[in-house]
Ligand binder design. Structure first.
Ligand SMILES: *Cc1c(COP(=O)(O)O)cnc(C)c1O
Length: 489
């Protein structure tokens, strides 16, 4: 009964574990809150374990299958990260427990700030933002306040290339800035002429994702930075795509003034199913005073042989607090563990392999699929999921069909500047054998699109669930399973 709900598997009297009789007094909950008619499912341990393991594999599971989703959360989540994050001193730390007994926690946050400074080439870091988009808002508020602090009230325009992630324009609007879209040229770079045209003293800054959402490194990045700085604007870097730059290029050295990292994209912290992310923001020297408070700093240097004392400090012109307490500390622990496990050389190797893997796939697939901006890519690339001579086939059909081969679909319909986009990011940790198997499946699908299109249009065939009504699923969320006789709240 693979599709059974847990209540349907229930059988009265079965149980998975039996607890010993309590040897402490029963602490009753407040009146009216205790219920003895709570209908919980009754299952044996085997039924329970099988049920949840089965669920974890519908329709795809990252522990069993390759997951080439582009522009997205990282697919490699080393198990040791979880072990360390679950250590009681971290997992049960209370946000109000005080600095004196939180020295180990503050030390981890401090060290993570230091690593991110070094990796990004920045003078200061805030670990507060809860995700990339939240980091963008934080960074943009820093830019806005920087201009205002100088009495420069006319600087309200943010330039954003059309290859940007959708969160960039959204964050800009939320930060009260005005959005101007910049077109890309035929190689996927910013159109420099257009850039020069719109740069004037109303410019707050430019938001650049580098590499951009096509997976392409901006070939004129230094010129872009120069033009923006020359007319008094600041450079915002969307660092969601840092993987291919690690240990090779530091955005701070390129002249970026502010950048967010996505720990859940670059530093192996999980962010699936809406779980917590983390989007630390790095800034250049001139902006450190504006960082959100609090920041972890050394408040008393250690003597020889003793550790320094860490504390929480508020930068002078801080934009204020962006998140309750200190951000998603569990994610900080995971990212820090990952960095320490990799070491300096390992971090550089991440970039090498991310670029190698993506280019290997790009070159092996480019005869079968149209790749509109076909030049050396960074950690991901975008191809068209359509052929003029197979008019009934769309990117969605390809994505559904690839599931029959045990692979998670690539990102669909993003970025918007490529028709029927399929965005593929293999992740640096995948082996050549896995990449080859994916290529074989994609080549077979390209062939089927022309010889038996119906096979694609009716896919997936092998997963427990076929094509779902995604709009209905989002509108009518069912987040918990209930026995049929309990009315929905
Ligand atoms: C994912 C992503 C974001 C947004 O990050 P979240 O953590 O999902 O909020 C912003 N820009 C780019 C380029 C991204 O890929």
């Amino acid at each position: 009964m693979p599709e059974a709900l847990i209540y349907e598997l229930s059988s009265p009297g079965r149980y998975a574990v039996a607890f010993p009789e309590s040897d402490v007094p029963h602490a009753a909950p407040p009146d009216g809150l205790e219920r003895d008619d709570l209908p919980l499912p009754e299952l044996s341990e085997l039924d329970l374990v099988r049920h949840f393991v089965r669920l974890s594999q519908y329709n795809h599971s990252i522990d069993t299958g390759f997951y080439p989703l582009g522009s997205c959360t990282m697919k490699y989540n080393p198990k040791i990260n979880e072990d360390i994050a679950r250590m009681p001193g971290f997992a049960f730390a209370h946000p109000l427990q005080g600095e004196k007994i939180s020295q180990g926690i503050l030390a981890i946050m401090y060290e993570l700030q230091e690593w991110l400074k070094e990796i990004g080439g920045f003078a200061g870091i805030s670990l507060q933002p809860a995700a990339g988009a939240h980091g963008e808002l934080t960074g943009l508020l820093i830019i806005r306040n920087y201009h205002r602090d100088r009495g420069d009230h006319t600087r309200t325009k943010m330039l954003i290339p059309d290859s940007a992630h959708g969160t960039n324009p959204a964050s800009t609007t939320m930060a009260g800035l005005e959005l101007i879209e910049l077109p890309s040229d035929a190689r996927g770079n910013i159109d420099l002429e257009k850039l020069r045209e719109v740069c004037d003293d109303s410019l707050a800054g430019l938001m650049l994702t580098n590499p951009n959402t096509l997976g392409l490194f901006e070939e004129h990045v230094q010129e872009v930075v120069r033009v923006v700085h020359e007319c008094g604007g600041l450079m915002y870097g969307d660092g969601a795509n840092m993987n291919p730059l690690l240990g090779i290029v530091r955005p701070g050295d390129l002249g970026f003034d502010v950048m967010h990292f996505n720990l859940h994209k670059t530093f192996s912290t999980p962010h699936g199913g809406g779980g917590p992310g983390s989007g630390p923001v790095g800034v250049a020297q001139g902006l450190v005073d504006f960082l959100p408070a609090p920041i972890v700093d050394i408040v008393e240097p250690g003597d020889e042989g003793t550790a320094p004392t860490f504390g929480l400090v508020k930068p002078l012109k801080s934009i204020g607090r962006m998140k309750s307490f200190h951000g998603h500390f569990g994610m900080h622990v995971r990212a820090y563990t990952y960095m320490r496990m990799q070491g300096k050389a390992g971090i550089r190797a991440i970039a090498d392999h991310a670029v190698l893997n993506a280019n290997y796939l790009r070159v092996r697939l480019r005869d079968a699929y149209e790749i509109p901006f076909d030049r050396v890519c960074m950690h991901e690339f975008v191809m068209e999921g359509m052929w003029p001579d197979a008019p009934d086939i769309h990117a969605l059909d390809i994505s559904k069909r690839i599931m029959d081969f045990g692979f998670h679909p690539p990102t669909n319909y993003f970025p918007l500047i490529v028709k029927e986009a399929l965005m593929i990011e293999p992740t640096e940790t995948e082996s050549k054998e896995t990449l080859d198997a994916f290529v074989e499946a994609m080549l077979k699908i390209a062939d089927e699109a022309h010889t038996s299109p119906e096979t694609l249009r009716s896919a997936p065939h092998s997963t427990p669930f076929g094509r779902m009504d995604e709009v209905k699923a989002a509108r009518e969320l069912v987040l918990c399973c209930r026995p049929a006789y309990i009315p929905k709240a």
